[in-house]
Design a protein around this ligand. Structure first.
Ligand code: FAD
Ligand code: SIN
Length: 521
């Protein structure tokens, strides 16, 4: 099937939905989501969204905290813009119907997380993301100009390459005309043509074995732009969250929010002793890269798989009422967090880099925008400050929407639509052996976890690169002869993302932010 729309949005998390709501008054919008609409990192966000809402705090402090966490390589102008626009974007979320917790006097109840010098995290109990996703989806369903299609897997963005032109990364004016997408219910590959396309495909945590991100986080948007020869940036900065619940059989790993440390929970070694004083004077509330590295070191020194988070000092009522999701989850596993310490370990959590965009969310490819976790705006630099990503997603969804509304009206590329062929699957055979995909995915995740994790070295990176080469060649051969499926396409995307992480890590010859190599100390 062929579809033509004004605005095509790939992804139904906070970034995609916010953009869709803003452009919908101006044209026909189609949102594609590869799974259920609500499934994405947004739904799992616990801590909340950072913003300066009252004059007990200040923009300058939030800006300074973001720059410090980013380890000196944030884009300062982007940081200032994002933080100053935050209150307006929060008010819009509230207008769409999102609820944030309030104090009895009507002011927002604000939490604090690692790296923040003030209490400034708006939240909805410990399930903020689920509340944001609920509110935005409701607004989307109420809008007559928006069609949201689930189980539609975007495979590749359509460029001049698909009309027979050779496209390299030096080709000027690479242009995006839409995407090819697999309808996962019919197994047909459809052609979606659009004047403007937004990638809002989320993160790539599944490059690693242990991740807090959902199974949909396979770096599809980044891989698509890589194949289309667009510009990508800062992929070596993979953020590991210090405290995922240690429960090896569970995927994704369940998060224990940093807000719990903000409320007083303390990291302890297996003997029950505090250890963060050895690493940073901000103790358990130091920025995430420092805490994750400290835990990684303690785990290696003791030769164990987990450490403790002690939340018992917080108080029973605050724990049960303030962190109901975590309380219930732990209780299910026989851990009563009001009495027992919580076993935790770091897990891949957030990709700071991605598709390079300007302040209007424009990528290097014409008519292609990106927002949310798949993008790289310059806000996070070497390390994202906690709860700045939901904020970045709404700010950039807004900026991209304003720019796209202006651009789409001038776009007359529809004259070329008849030159764009449909997907050609001639001669492809069904791949009967899922093991070729599942085993390769496990190998990839092991390589990345062991060699390209929290602490790296030149030798580990080189090993990872060599091992990945073999996996890449085998998977390309499989792809070139197989009928396309979602698992095969995701594997290919994960391999592309792993390759980009390693290449960019090898190129960075200085320890900064989340990139830490023992050879660069
Ligand atoms: P997502 O919400 O991940 O949505 C991605 C969408 O893209 C999905 O709809 C998916 O179906 C779709 N998609 C992907 N690939 C394709 C494809 N090929 N075809 C079609 N559709 C596709 N950040 C904060 O600021 N505060 C927090 O408290 C916080 N807590 C977090 C807790 C957890 C457990 C995790 C994992 C992350 C947390 N983060 C937090 C990070 C934050 O949640 C994410 O960065 C943010 O939600 C990403 O939003 P997004 O819209 O970019 O992507
Ligand atoms: C958390 O709640 O600890 C996650 C916050 C974030 O990733 O920004």
């Amino acid at each position: 099937m062929r579809y033509e729309v004004d605005f095509l949005v790939i992804g139904s998390g906070i970034a995609g939905l916010s953009f869709a709501l803003k452009v919908a008054p101006y044209g026909k919008v189609c949102i594609l989501s590869k799974g259920e609409a609500s499934e994405g990192s947004t739904k799992y966000a616990q801590g909340g969204i950072a913003a300066v809402m009252y004059d007990t705090d200040s923009f300058d402090k939030h800006i300074a905290d973001t720059l410090v966490a980013g380890d000196g390589i944030c884009d300062r102008e982007v940081v200032e813009m994002t933080i100053r626009e935050a209150p307006q974007r929060i008010q819009e979320l509230v207008k769409y119907g999102v609820n944030f917790d309030k104090e009895s006097g009507g002011r927002f109840d604000l939490h604090r997380e690692g790296g923040h010098s003030e209490f400034r995290i708006l939240h909805h109990k410990d399930n903020t993301g689920a509340e944001i996703e609920r509110g935005l989806l409701q607004a989307i369903h109420d809008h007559p100009n928006i069609e949201l299609k689930e189980n539609q897997f975007a495979i590749d963005i359509i460029t001049q390459h698909h009309m027979g032109q050779r496209v390299t990364k030096h080709t000027p004016n690479i242009d995006c005309y839409g995407v090819y997408a697999l309808d996962c219910r019919t197994n047909q590959i459809d052609t979606y043509l659009a004047k403007v396309t937004l990638l809002a495909t989320g993160g790539m945590g599944n490059v690693y074995t242990t991740t807090t991100t959902p199974i949909i986080s396979t770096g599809d948007g980044v891989a698509m732009v890589h194949r289309a020869r667009g510009v990508l940036k800062d992929l070596e900065f993979m953020q590991f969250h210090p405290t995922s619940l240690y429960n090896p059989a569970e995927k994704p790993a369940f998060l224990i929010t940093e807000a719990m440390r903000g409320a007083g929970a303390i990291l302890k070694d297996r003997q029950g002793k505090e250890f963060m004083q050895k690493y940073d004077k901000r103790l358990s509330l130091a920025p995430r890269d420092i805490v994750a590295r400290a835990i990684d070191n303690e785990l290696k020194l003791a030769g164990v798989d987990y450490l403790w988070l002690d939340a018992r000092g917080i108080g029973k009522n605050e724990l049960i009422n303030g962190f109901p999701t975590i309380y219930a989850k732990c209780l299910e596993l026989g851990i009563n967090i009001t009495k027992d310490m919580i076993p935790v370990r770091p897990a891949a959590h957030y990709q700071c880099g991605g598709i390079k965009v300007d302040r209007n969310g424009r990528s290097s490819i014409l008519h292609l925008y990106a927002a949310g976790e798949c993008s790289c705006t310059g806000l996070h630099g070497g390390n994202r400050l906690a709860s700045n990503s939901l904020l970045e997603a709404v700010v950039y969804a807004h900026n991209a929407a304003m720019d796209a509304i202006d651009q789409f009206a001038k776009n007359n590329q529809s004259d070329l639509y008849n030159k764009i062929p449909d997907w050609n699957a001639e001669g492809m055979v069904f791949n009967e052996e899922m093991v070729l995909i599942t085993q390769t995915k496990k190998e990839l995740q092991e390589i990345m976890s062991n060699y390209v994790g929290i602490v790296r070295s030149d030798l580990r990176l080189q090993r990872a690169f060599d091992r990945l080469n073999l996996i890449f060649r085998e998977t390309e051969e499989l792809y070139n002869r197989s009928v396309l499926t979602e698992p095969l396409s995701e594997l290919r995307n994960l391999i592309a993302c792993a390759y980009l992480i390693i290449k960019q890590a090898m190129a960075r010859r200085q320890n900064v932010g989340l990139h830490y190599s023992i050879d660069l100390i």
